[in-house]
Write a new protein. Structure first.
Length: 427
């Protein structure tokens, strides 16, 4: 079997890494001759990076932290309008797919690269028979029911195109069923982003980020055998939250009570950094970390306020998140990661496509109005969270996905052989 997987933007890397690791261990098992059944076929894998995210801090550092192989193909697409970015990925990806002809093409999540590559793969013909790869969508079926989000459009369309839909939570199964996706295509396999988190948790504990930010030992036990200062972590990057000055300002107002009490660490996405400068919001934030990158002298040293840093690598961010007393975010993935870590989370959005993080996990939806944000933060800081980890978020999702891929490709190949035999009998 030949599998191609596609990454493009930051949240893709941790979702693909466990699938590649599962393929590697499948191949190692074959070499070692282990296995109870007849020797399975080795799996060849090709990693394609579209280049949607291209900065060292948004892309390269994640490859090292997650042990991802160097991409076999880099499309070098970069930024652009949604149409230009999607079109450029499609144009370049078609050449790669035509050349490599994988049996399965795996896309993850909901970014522009996900939809662009799914669309190409579902319409391609390798030969005159119309052969094409099976399109597998990992993290299928999530719905915010808010079509103003580009990610929602990407999710709906990718799911309509996919042949195999791997879902992370039960709600996603209902959403897909409601949209007419046959049950035979839907596989509830768990969450590969959580596979990465669990695989990297120990490694993350070696991160020096707490010391770099002056948040190290201070008497508060962090639940990992150490102690840290009490602090919160903030991320904001959704266009709906940061692309308008009044909305962005309103969110910062919602953080003001907590910012008087606690250090709030704010690793800012490039989009967000640009908007802060454009809207003249620098006076609301502490920029010392940005001015002296990595220098301990510049750390906020526990001072209250919102402290901006560059976007962080995966392990640093994971360690910072694990030790925080609160996370405030508009990201999708962080809602899931905080749920798995048992860290209280306030989501600065009107909706979530990940309802299990609210019903089972540690997440509260605060909306984007300052009063709602203040109230949700107060509630989270004062409550003792008693959350559970959602079903199948156990670190084994990628192995389950690989089992399905193996089975489906074997089934498709034997159906093809039978069809050829039937045709030759007629001749
Ligand atoms: C993309 C995804 C979003 C995901 C987010 C995580 C889509 C529609 N959106 O949004 O779902 O949550 O990634 O980060 O696919 N930029 C840089 N350096 C980079 C990448 C981007 O400076 O490495 C700048 C671009 O120039 C652009 C802005 O950041 O101005 C936005 O980048 P873009 O990839 O268009 O969307 P994101 O907001 O990152």
């Amino acid at each position: 079997m030949k599998v191609m997987s596609v990454v493009g933007a930051r949240p893709n890397f941790m979702k693909v890494a466990p699938i590649i690791a599962a393929i590697q261990s499948h191949n190692e098992r074959i070499v070692r001759g282990k296995g109870d059944r007849p020797a399975p076929e080795p799996i060849s894998h090709i990693l394609v990076h579209t280049g949607q995210h291209y900065d060292q801090r948004m892309s390269d550092s994640f490859f090292a932290d997650l042990n991802l192989p160097i991409p076999d193909v880099h499309l070098g697409v970069g930024s652009g309008s949604h149409a230009a970015q999607t079109a450029e990925i499609m144009r370049k990806f078609e050449e790669v797919l035509t050349r490599e002809k994988p049996d399965v093409m795996v896309v993850v999540g909901d970014v522009n690269s996900t939809l662009a590559c799914a669309l190409v793969a579902s319409k391609i013909s390798y030969d005159l028979s119309g052969a094409r790869p099976l399109v597998a969508h990992v993290e299928a079926g999530l719905r915010s029911f808010d079509r103003s989000m580009p990610e929602e459009i990407n999710r709906i369309l990718t799911d309509q195109l996919a042949d195999l839909l791997f879902v992370t939570e039960e709600d996603a199964v209902h959403n897909l069923t409601r949209e007419g996706v046959p049950a035979s295509k839907i596989h509830f396999t768990g969450n590969t982003m959580i596979d990465s988190l669990l695989a990297c948790k120990e490694k993350a504990a070696a991160s020096r980020i707490l010391h770099r930010l002056g948040l190290g030992a201070n008497g508060n036990h962090n639940g990992f055998g150490g102690s840290t200062m009490r602090y919160a972590l903030l991320t904001l990057h959704r266009p709906a939250n940061v692309d308008r000055r009044d909305t962005f300002l309103n969110i910062l107002d919602g953080l003001d009570e907590a910012a008087k009490e606690l250090p709030i660490i704010f690793p800012a996405h490039p989009r967000t950094q640009k908007r802060i400068a454009e809207f003249g919001l620098e006076h609301r934030l502490d920029w010392r970390q940005m001015q002296h990158k990595g220098g301990a002298v510049s750390s906020p040293n526990g001072a209250a306020g919102v402290h901006v840093t560059e976007p962080l690598g995966y392990l640093d961010f994971l360690w910072l998140m694990s030790n925080a007393c609160l996370v405030v975010t508009d990201s999708g993935g962080i809602q899931e990661e905080t749920t798995c870590l048992g860290v209280p989370c306030v989501t600065v959005r009107e909706n979530t496509e990940r309802p299990v993080t609210v019903t089972v996990g540690t997440n509260i939806l605060a909306g984007v109005h300052k009063d709602g944000i203040r109230a949700a933060i107060r509630r989270q800081l004062n409550s003792k969270t008693s959350a559970a980890v959602p079903e199948l978020w156990d670190g084994n999702s990628a192995a389950r996905i690989l089992d399905v891929l193996n089975r489906e490709v074997r089934g498709r190949n034997s159906a093809l052989v039978e069809a050829v035999v039937a045709t030759s009998n007629i001749v």
